[in-house]
Design a protein around this ligand. Structure first.
Ligand SMILES: *Cc1c(COP(=O)(O)O)cnc(C)c1O
Length: 462
């Protein structure tokens, strides 16, 4: 797809549409000083050059990539109108599109027809809403989250004055269901938050086990699938293409959050929360004297904590899903599958390499690994990891971007008995392979990192 053609199309569509409304005297505020604009633009673009190359497969550091060109064109067209999906008449077409994309995402999880949901500014607000609803249902009870969960849950619990209990994770980073059961036996847990795709290692909590526990103990399950939710697309085959087949269990959970701005090809400002039981919509009721009602329908402003929300975000997602549908073998599915194959391929390369150790087998497209210095202790792993991270990023001719993950050293050592524990905390390397272009680039990433690891180990005689 040629983005130039479609940005052109987005601009000329708006020009033509505006032209249909009749002419009116222009206002001088639209004019700007040309030389000032030129200078500002030059400075602006120069400063933007200071970014890391998120678009390039050599960047595999954090959960960052540019939106799909289709999303950019869709956003640009709607943004010029600037509809506000706060209320139905803030932008009827994009409000209708929001309902359609929410329906598609509920279908992706195999959630029931009546599922209620809406887009949000991101995963943080979406999770906050899910816990806010959970508090309405269990005002006196606590929220249980894995110690590997995103820190947003702790903040949300604090805001909502909910008690939060942390459940230990197993060595691979999944919530330990036995530890959860011990807590459930106390009878004080109202909601369990599970993560599908943890930020650190990309692991998926044992959703099926926790669903079984729910039958015995009765509690609410909220799934934070901000990162990993879209991989549910690949979980429904007879032989699922995603190692984490637990993702299917989301269909039976009470609420779920997924971020189209992570794996849904969208620019930032697009999260989504879904509730299995539409009755929870009643908690949002408000009587605002100035909210405009043109419809008897429950409009999206009535089921959202946020007020103003970009209609352009809904429009961009709608257009994207028209072109790249939520299907396992068409549209988004193959894009996600390429990242899974990249992680799997790189993991197997690492297993064949003396100087790098795989931490855990990737459940999604996030890979964790660390150098194996000759004197194999946690302290040395930490030193080499930090040096490799910096050297790889700062190389002036062929940089490679990975990230650092902090982990508990005893967990690392239990998985890797040869590693001597001489420090409590470990610093290991982490890669997020969220671009399909990574599939044909991981060999280069691997070779480059091996080169740097070996150089650091031999230079430092570690
Ligand atoms: C990204 C993420 C969040 C936070 O979402 P934002 O969109 O950054 O606000 C929460 N939980 C998980 C698992 C995430 O990956």
């Amino acid at each position: 797809m040629n983005l130039h053609d479609y940005t052109e199309a987005a601009l000329s569509f708006i020009e033509a549409w505006e032209g249909e409304w009749g002419s009116y005297p222009a206002h001088s505020s639209r004019n700007v000083d040309t030389s000032r604009l030129e200078a500002a633009w030059t400075e602006y673009t120069e400063r933007l050059r200071g970014n890391y190359p998120f678009f390039h497969p050599r960047y595999a550091g954090q959960m960052l990539k540019p939106p799909h060109p289709v999303a950019i064109a869709g956003y640009l067209a709607a943004m010029q109108i600037n509809p506000n999906n706060h209320a139905l008449d803030g932008g009827p077409p994009t409000a209708a599109m929001e309902k359609e994309v929410v329906r598609q995402m509920a279908d992706m999880f195999h959630l029931p027809e009546e599922t209620l949901g809406h887009l949000t500014g991101g995963g943080t607000v979406a999770n906050l809403e899910a816990l806010w609803v959970a508090r309405h249902l269990h005002p006196e009870k606590s929220v249980a989250v894995s110690e590997e969960a995103h820190y947003t849950h702790e903040r949300a619990a604090d805001l909502l004055k909910l008690e939060l209990v942390k459940i230990p994770a197993d060595r691979t980073g999944r919530m330990d269901p036995d530890a959860l059961e011990l807590e459930l036996k106390k009878g004080s847990v109202g909601t369990v938050v599970l993560t599908a795709g943890t930020t650190g290692r990309g692991t998926v909590d044992p959703i099926d086990d926790v669903l079984r526990l729910r039958e015995r103990y009765g509690f609410r399950i909220h799934v934070d699938a901000a990162y990993g939710g879209f991989f549910a697309l690949l979980a429904w085959d007879d032989s699922p293409r995603v190692p984490a087949s637990d993702l299917r269990g989301i269909a039976r959970c009470d609420s779920v959050v997924v971020d189209p701005h992570k794996h849904g090809l969208q620019p930032y400002g697009c999260g989504c929360v879904l509730f299995r039981d539409p009755e929870v919509g009643t908690f949002y009721q408000h009587e605002s004297p100035y909210t405009y009602f043109t419809s008897d329908e429950l409009h999206l402003g009535e089921i959202s904590l946020e007020c103003s929300r970009p209609g352009a975000a809904a429009g961009a997602l709608w257009l994207t899903l028209r072109v790249l549908p939520l299907e396992p073998d068409d549209g988004l599915g193959p894009i996600l599958a390429a990242g899974l194959r990249a992680a799997d391929r790189w993991a197997r390369q690492i297993q064949r390499t003396e100087t790098i150790q795989l931490h855990v087998k990737p459940a999604l497209d996030i890979l964790t690994f660390y150098p194996r210095p000759g004197h194999y202790t946690v302290e040395n792993v930490n030193r080499v990891s930090q040096c490799v991270f910096e050297a790889a990023m700062n190389d002036s001719t062929d940089p490679v971007y990975v990230s650092i993950l902090r982990a508990k050293a005893d967990e690392l050592c239990r998985l890797d008995p040869e590693l001597e524990q001489d420090a409590p905390r470990a610093r290991i390397l982490r890669s997020v392979l969220m671009k399909p272009t990574h599939e044909n680039y991981v060999d280069r990433l691997h070779d480059r990192l091996v080169e740097i690891v070996e150089r650091v180990i031999s230079c430092g005689r570690i």
